[in-house]
Design a protein around this ligand. Structure first.
Ligand SMILES: N[C@@H](CCOP(=O)(O)O)C(=O)O
Length: 494
């Protein structure tokens, strides 16, 4: 399988090269030259998570020897995950929650960031790279910690994470600032996630800086979902969720289901779109946003308009106005028209918006939840079903309720549950009536554990006494300066 840029189809590269580069030099994202099909999906219903991961990933990562790919998968999906199914599926009321947060950092990002370091190491070997790889990551909370965890102490790789100083939850922040590993660097910036992501993309595209790093024997890569090595592993759990329904007799073979995804950078829902294109019977892809509802407007009108204030919400991983992976969707729905994609991306930079024909978005339904909607959904599901959702998952639930009301569609539905509620203690606890006044975050979490009768995950209880290691802060304009400092390469301008 070859990969091409969404903005220029003429230079195909291998999957291992695409993983190393992270983002194309022309600013585009790598996409597979075609999306492979899987026939007779129902026959895979007895496959465990690793077997399924191998079947799916081997169709995309074709320049990895099969035994090497199998090793990567075995090393990724092991007892780092607390549940033996890796992603349990739970029926709650009339929906199914696919819980993607049982990995080491308690968010769905672990699903791909447990394997990306193994894939990248192998990609470095395959391409005989004689440079140290520097992973630049922008995060609004969950990606950062999952990437740090995955890459900590991996030889030949350094990881630098930029997060919005005031735009992540207290637990997310503590998770990142206490990260051990001599190759890890964490920086709070004085902007929002879009600033961090724009900054990182700008650095990738600054050819002078890239050459300067190269002279110092460094190359850049990415751990965000702009990296195809992040996206492909996320396809697996959509198949696994579907096949679990089939194995448990909840659906017939080939029966269509809906998938609801709380969405920010559009990577997770794009993985579901890839699954659909590969043949998974999906009816609607339901794109759930928080008050940063740029995607809702896009799906309803075909107009993507980022000219609005970014709002900090209780679901920070979705506090995004420039959803990177939409670029890949534009490429696919335009039949692979890279000129069209480039024009739209240029319009977004120049004018702040672009328009497409909304009939191209028929696979999707989009809506959003307010802060109040998040609280009332958490409260309702807990009261009625004794099931506790984190704010991101609550956004998805809230939007699914709207979808049902609007469409009366009773297709069986999976909601992806993307993070542990204990990462967002204040919002979750207050939503179910716990008095949070005068309590610190860890007291709130203890009260939440008592009320829900769920044990606090070790990854959170251990955090309480962990020492803060990273104290770096910078202006959003000075991200390059910090990279120079961490890599000890001097100043490009000297
Ligand atoms: N949801 C985010 C933002 C980055 O998303 P990614 O999937 O592109 O890495 C986060 O948690 O940081």
């Amino acid at each position: 399988m070859e990969y091409i840029s969404t903005r220029n189809k003429t230079i195909p590269i291998s999957s291992s090269e695409a993983i190393i580069q992270g983002i194309s030099k022309d600013g585009g994202l790598f996409v597979p030259i075609n999306i492979p099909k899987i026939e007779n999906i129902g026959a895979l219903k007895e496959a465990d998570y690793k077997e399924l991961a191998f079947i799916i990933m081997s169709k995309f990562f074709t320049d990895f020897e099969l035994s090497i790919l199998k090793n990567c998968i075995n090393n990724a999906y092991d007892n780092k995950f607390s549940e033996k199914e890796i992603v349990p599926l739970l029926k709650v009321g009339d929906v199914f929650f696919l819980e993607l947060f049982h990995g080491p950092t308690l968010a769905f990002k672990d699903m791909a960031l447990s394997i990306l370091p193994h894939l990248l190491k192998e990609a470095i070997n395959i391409n005989k790279i004689d440079r140290e790889v520097v992973i630049l990551t922008a995060t609004s909370g969950d990606t950062g910690k999952a990437a740090l965890e995955g890459f900590a102490n991996v030889g030949g790789i350094k990881i630098i994470v930029f997060f919005p100083e005031d735009g992540v939850s207290k637990i997310q922040k503590k998770q990142m600032l206490t990260q051990e590993g001599s190759n890890t660097f964490v920086v709070g910036i004085d902007g929002n996630f879009d600033d961090a992501q724009n900054g990182v993309k700008g650095i990738f595209n600054d050819q002078n800086f890239v050459r300067f790093l190269d002279k110092n024997k460094y190359i850049l890569s990415s751990a965000n979902s702009i990296n195809i090595g992040r996206l492909i592993p996320q396809i697996v759990y959509y198949f696994y969720g579907y096949l679990t329904l089939l194995r448990e007799g909840k659906i017939e073979d080939n029966e269509k289901i809906n998938i609801v995804v709380p969405t920010g950078n559009f990577g997770n829902i794009l993985a579901a779109y890839y699954a659909k294109e590969m043949g998974l019977p999906i009816n609607k892809l339901i794109c759930a946003s928080n008050e940063n509802n740029v995607l809702t407007d896009f799906i309803k009108t075909g107009i993507y308009d980022k000219r609005r204030e970014l709002i900090l919400t209780s679901s920070p991983s979705m506090d995004i106005l420039i959803s990177s992976n939409l670029e890949r969707l534009l490429f696919h729905i335009s039949g692979g028209d890279s000129i069209f994609v480039k024009n739209k991306m240029d319009e977004l930079v120049k004018d702040g918006y672009y328009k497409i024909d909304k009939s191209n978005l028929k696979d999707f339904y989009g809506s959003y939840s307010t802060e109040e909607g998040i609280s009332s959904s958490i409260n309702k599901v807990f009261a009625e079903n004794n099931y506790i959702m984190d704010p991101h998952t609550a956004v998805a639930y809230n939007v699914y309720e709207k979808y049902k009301e609007e469409t009366c569609d009773n297709t069986k539905t999976i909601i992806v549950s993307t993070a542990s509620p204990f990462k967002f203690g204040t919002k979750v606890a207050s939503s179910i009536g716990i008095d949070i006044k005068n309590k610190d975050e860890f007291n709130i979490i203890e009260a939440l554990a008592t009320k829900t009768d769920i044990e606090i995950p070790k990854a959170i209880s251990n955090l309480k006494d962990k020492e803060v290691i990273h104290n770096n802060k910078c202006n959003k304009e000075d991200m390059k300066g910090l990279i120079e400092k961490f890599l000890e390469v001097g100043d490009i301008d000297d």
